[in-house]
Ligand binder design. Structure first.
Ligand SMILES: Nc1ncnc2c1ncn2[C@@H]1O[C@H](COP(=O)(O)OP(=O)(O)OP(=O)(O)O)[C@@H](O)[C@H]1O
Ligand SMILES: O=P(O)(O)OC[C@H]1O[C@H](OP(=O)(O)OP(=O)(O)O)[C@H](O)[C@@H]1O
Length: 303
């Protein structure tokens, strides 16, 4: 897809947002955009979609290219991995990219991995060896420090995929690749020697974009959606004498809402609780004397 050739079809007033066109982040990003109220229709194989209701055009790009597009101002905002952001900044330190928000998914770590059979326990042992990776700038920076100590020169070779196969094929002594569950790494007979960086998906923007108002609005909407997915609303009734105990369990995000019930001596409480803790909190509230305990999902929020 060429942005230039599509330029005539894009509304010039629209902000451009680069989103991963496939791969690990694609599905989660679609859900995020939906939750943030960015509605669009993307016909099959078309890489540009105009949103309804907001002057936003989504541009579907390879995740690995999005930070560079944002940095060069081809798109105003983007969603990609922190690993790709840091690789782009490592390659082009003057790129104009601001990390606006960690999105809480796409969590993985970029790790130095070597064959288990080689029993390498320290990254320094690999200084001067052959390393294959899709993150050459970060790998170079990682080995430059080690090479300065050892006086050797590590050879870094770039491949665009299936990095884990490089040792088995005899192309590399070790690789720098992403690990989440470790399944891919173990299947290739590799083990982690050192962590280069941890990563998750992030929202990024070009600080020189002419669409600062829309950037702020979209950031607020996405923040609202993320908060909504992390929290749930709990409500319950409790006798006033037990209120102190139950409020200690549900202090809320800022503070809980307490209202008086018609029935004498009883109050109703509403509070935000972390989704992950919600079931434990319900058990604790029940044990502390609360009744009619209800849990509600939140579809979006503005804090
Ligand atoms: N196993 C994983 N678990 C979690 N996040 C991951 C994982 N693999 C990749 N990511 C994150 O997703 C980003 C994009 O990776 P992905 O491999 O999906 O990209 P892609 O190269 O565009 O897709 P494809 O490999 O299908 O061409 C990575 O830079 C990383 O931040
Ligand atoms: O630790 P794991 O859970 O096994 O995940 C790690 C793998 O996931 C990614 O690849 P992906 O499967 O997205 O395909 P790719 O190799 O084509 O990028 C990454 O490049 C690793 O190979």
């Amino acid at each position: 897809m060429s942005l230039t050739s599509n330029a005539g079809t894009l509304k010039p007033a629209n902000i451009l947002i680069g989103v991963p066109k496939k791969g690990r982040l694609n599905e989660k990003v679609s859900k995020l955009l939906d939750g943030a109220g960015l509605e669009y229709r993307r016909p099959d194989r078309v890489d540009v979609a105009v949103c309804t209701g907001l002057p936003v055009t989504l541009v579907f790009l390879p995740a690995a290219d999005i930070a560079a597009y944002v940095g060069e101002g081809n798109v105003d905002m983007g969603i990609t991995g922190q690993d790709i952001l840091q690789e782009t900044l490592s390659e082009s330190p003057d790129a104009h990219i601001t990390e606006l928000l960690e999105l809480g998914f796409g969590k993985c770590s970029l790790s130095l991995q070597a064959p288990v059979k080689d029993k390498i326990s320290n990254a320094k042992e690999l200084s001067g060896c052959r390393i294959v990776t899709s993150f050459p700038a970060l790998t170079r920076a990682f080995f430059d420090k080690l090479d300065a100590e050892t006086g050797r020169h590590t050879k870094v070779r770039t491949v665009s995929g299936s990095v884990e196969a490089a040792c088995g094929l005899g192309l590399a002594d070790a690789v720098v690749d992403l690990v989440e569950t470790g399944t891919t790494m173990r299947a290739a007979g590799l083990d982690v020697v050192a962590e280069v960086m941890v990563s998750q998906a992030v929202l990024i923007a070009n600080p020189n974009s002419s669409h600062q108002d829309l950037i702020a609005l979209i950031l607020k909407r996405i923040e609202g959606y993320i908060t909504a997915t992390q929290y749930m609303m709990i409500s319950y009734n409790v006798r006033r004498e037990s209120l102190g105990n139950t409020l200690a369990i549900t202090p809320g995000k800022r503070s809980p809402t307490v209202s008086t019930l018609e029935e004498d001596g009883w109050v109703a409480v509403q509070a935000l609780v972390r989704r992950k803790e919600s079931n434990v909190k319900m058990d604790q509230l029940h044990d502390a004397g609360a009744t009619d305990i209800l849990l509600f999902p939140i579809s979006n929020s503005r804090m």
